[in-house]
Design a protein around this ligand. Structure first.
Ligand code: RIB
Ligand code: CA
Length: 317
């Protein structure tokens, strides 16, 4: 069976970690490279976290660091940024220190060059899975326009047709770099947007987190604990039964397309709104008459998604 070649662009991150678990536990995906970017934490921390998670999950793939800041907006000051607490001060639920310092080294090239290398060397078109601000993806599309034809699609976690989690109408991955998101959404590369409309229903309960611990040996126990604070915050702030595994949804879709229902419509990114900059304006009713440019996730099968994690972690029992 041919494995699907993918690249992951992450800001590891608790839910980015669970997305990487699905990749590590599958024999359907050929992970060519991982690139890192600022977002949940500084790019230094997201890169170090990604190296640690690669070693934890035995992902022997090149990792390259990318953007430390948005293309236009000022860099985030992580010494005061609130989002660091959602994923813990270390970006790994405050249990990153239970993992050994990584021996794996980051590649001596910028993220966009590693993306280009992986895409060029792949015989098949490559799927880009983006679970972070889109700065690296936008930079890659601008720096290597000739490689657009070798991209199967961009499967990005981000945006929302309704609501938001960074202000009332902006989702964090888009809101952290709206200008980069605009470049990505205006590109001619096929796009699948795994938005809050579907991901907010993808919570994991305490019992299901325990099942990951029970089925995954020490790795499973660490993953359960890594989600603890993230889960407490979602319970307290969102009134949900547990942590929301936003970033797992695009990977789960690659493994089983039945896990998500889409609507094909025109999506643009608001850049000028005082309160709405970074909103993914989603034309569900085709008011604009513009041709659809994005498949937007409207519904997800939560149980199917969570079960994929329990199956994936068995590899580490
Ligand atoms: O809005 C959710 C997204 O923001 C996820 O990718 C999470 O990791 C954070 O980056
Ligand atoms: Ca993320």
């Amino acid at each position: 069976m041919l494995k699907r070649p993918i690249i992951m662009d992450v800001d590891t991150g608790v839910d980015d970690t669970l997305a990487l678990l699905l990749v590590a536990g599958s024999d359907k995906l050929d992970l060519k490279a991982i690139t890192t970017v600022f977002g949940n934490s500084s790019v230094e921390d997201t890169t170090k976290n990604t190296l640690k998670i690669c070693e934890l999950l035995k992902l022997d793939v090149p990792v390259a660091a990318g953007a430390y800041r948005p293309v236009i907006d000022p860099p985030i000051d992580y010494s005061i940024a609130p989002m660091v607490d959602i994923h813990g001060r270390d970006g790994l639920g405050n249990v990153g220190n239970r993992l050994p310092e990584p021996t794996k080294q980051v590649e001596n090239m910028p993220a966009v060059d590693l993306m280009a290398k992986a895409v060029r060397e792949s015989e098949e078109k490559v799927t880009i899975v983006a679970t972070a601000p889109l700065t690296n993806i936008a930079t890659f599309l601008m720096a290597y326009p000739d490689l657009r034809s070798k991209i199967e699609c961009i499967a990005l976690m981000g945006g929302a047709a309704f609501g938001g989690n960074m202000g009332f109408s902006v989702e964090a991955n888009i809101g952290h770099d709206p200008d980069a998101a605009k470049i990505v959404f205006m590109s001619d590369v096929p796009k699948y947007m795994f938005s809050l409309d579907a991901t907010m229903g993808c919570f994991i309960t305490d019992d299901e987190r325990q099942a990951i611990a029970d089925n995954g040996g020490e790795t499973g126990v660490w993953l359960k604990d890594c989600m603890q604070q993230y889960s407490d915050i979602y319970k307290a702030l969102g009134g949900l039964p547990g942590a929301v595994l936003h970033d797992s949804l695009p990977v789960a879709w690659l493994l089983d397309e039945s896990v998500v229902e889409f609507k094909h419509c025109y999506v643009d990114v608001e850049l000028k709104g005082v309160k709405t900059r970074g909103c993914t304006v989603t034309d569900l009713a085709n008011y604009t008459g513009k041709a659809p440019n994005t498949y937007v996730s409207m519904k997800a099968d939560r149980e199917k998604l969570i079960n994929m994690h329990v199956e994936a972690v068995k590899k580490f029992k």
